[in-house]
Design a binder for this molecule. Structure first.
Ligand SMILES: [Zn+2]
Length: 386
């Protein structure tokens, strides 16, 4: 077995312990702590110094109204179209604003519970510049939807909703310039918004409330990122870069609103620290990197890091998170240069996260391998950037 195969083997062992033996890891739970203890044991054995620091977090609402409001507004705009074009005109703008408003709501919520972060580094290594590989340890709330087809459909409903919103806005403009639309159009619009809005609202209720508060086993999201980071830590300890140090951050309470990363970001130095985040790297055949996050207040990831990712994997593809987020965003908000890696097949994330399918049985060793390979190339390329 060569060195790379050994690392791949270790990554799978780590993933098995985190996602199968320990299993669901809600923020602040004994299982999250158990996972941190396990990471500490392995990282110390690899020769790292460990620092564990508390991170307060706000618990999630049992029901979060983002999509519910989106669905109701869609129905409202469609039904009122024959009376007034104003709601239909505003709808695309509201859809752009909603995810941002929900981000603000989560950030403002009072933090009453405790999680923690684990930082593994080599103190006094002689380098001031640090590349910090980050991965969240906690797993997210499990969707109440049981069939892949429904989860996929639900994940794409915002996409369809946005297109219909643009279509309604166009009809509103046509009306406003004085064109009289036939009654059949208004009837068709009502049927369309009633169907789509109704399905969206109901699926969202089942997705949020049907999981009875349980968390997913979090194999892909994000034992995969943790396991790959741990395996990479072994290799970078043996062959460290010359001009910078590689350190590792394992965060808690990411799923509740990036609380672990948010707390740790304040300790970092924007002059010397950069963060490479790993989130959902266990399924899919193509490496992706996040280029931006948000809709109104857009956060852009670091161009230099992204350039190096593309150099280390020519097929790597950029993605813009409009609804989803990740730890990298907490670093960007605090002025720390950061980006994030994810494995995917095609454009969609699929049904393997926040669901019962986020299980070790669905993990693809090749995806872990591709990420590990990218990190090793990245390490060599990044040497030139200092
Ligand atoms: Zn995640």
């Amino acid at each position: 077995m060569n060195e790379h195969e050994q690392l791949q083997e270790s990554a799978i062992d780590y993933l098995r312990v985190l996602a199968q033996h320990i299993g669901e890891r809600p923020a602040g739970s004994p299982a999250e702590k158990q996972a941190m203890d396990y990471i500490q044991e392995k990282m110390e054995k690899a020769g790292y110094h460990i620092e564990r620091t508390p991170a307060a977090f706000a618990s999630e609402w049992p029901y979060f109204p983002l999509f519910g409001i989106g669905a109701l507004l869609l129905m409202l705009a469609g039904f009122l179209l024959s009376v007034t074009p104003i709601p239909a005109l505003l709808l695309p703008l509201l859809y752009i604003a909603l995810p941002q408003v929900s981000r603000w709501m989560i950030q403002k919520k009072e933090r009453t519970k405790q999680s923690e972060n684990l930082f593994a580094s080599i103190p006094d290594a002689g380098q001031t510049n640090r590349l910090i590989v980050c991965a969240h340890v906690d797993s997210g709330k499990m969707s109440g939807l049981q069939k892949p087809i429904w989860i996929n459909f639900y994940n794409q409903l915002l996409f369809y909703g946005q297109r219909i919103a643009i279509f309604l806005a166009m009809l509103a403009i046509v009306q406003m310039v004085g064109v009289r639309l036939p009654i059949e159009i208004f009837i068709a619009v009502r049927v369309l918004v009633l169907l789509l809005g109704g399905i969206w609202f109901s699926l969202d209720l089942v997705a949020q409330l049907g999981g009875s508060g349980r968390c997913s086993p979090g194999a892909n999201d994000n034992a995969s990122g943790v396991a790959v980071a741990m395996a990479f830590a072994q290799s970078s300890k043996v062959k460290p870069p010359k001009k910078y140090q590689i350190a590792f951050l394992f965060t808690g309470a990411e799923e509740t609103g990036l609380h672990g990363a948010e707390t740790f970001a304040k300790k970092l130095n924007p002059e010397t620290d950069v963060v490479l985040n790993l989130d959902m790297v266990g399924i899919g055949d193509q490496l992706h990197y996040v280029t931006a996050e948000g809709t109104l207040n857009i956060l852009r990831t670091d161009k230099v890091l992204n350039k190096v990712i593309v150099q280390s994997d020519k097929n790597a593809k950029g993605i813009w998170y409009t609804v989803r987020s990740g730890d990298f965003a907490a670093f960007l908000r605090n002025g720390i240069r950061a980006t994030s890696l994810e494995m995917r097949s095609g454009n969609q994330t699929g049904y393997h996260y926040h669901s019962r399918f986020d299980h070790i049985y669905n993990i693809d060793e090749n995806a872990l391998n591709a990420t590990l390979r990218c990190l090793k190339f990245f390490q060599a390329f990044y040497e030139d950037e200092f």
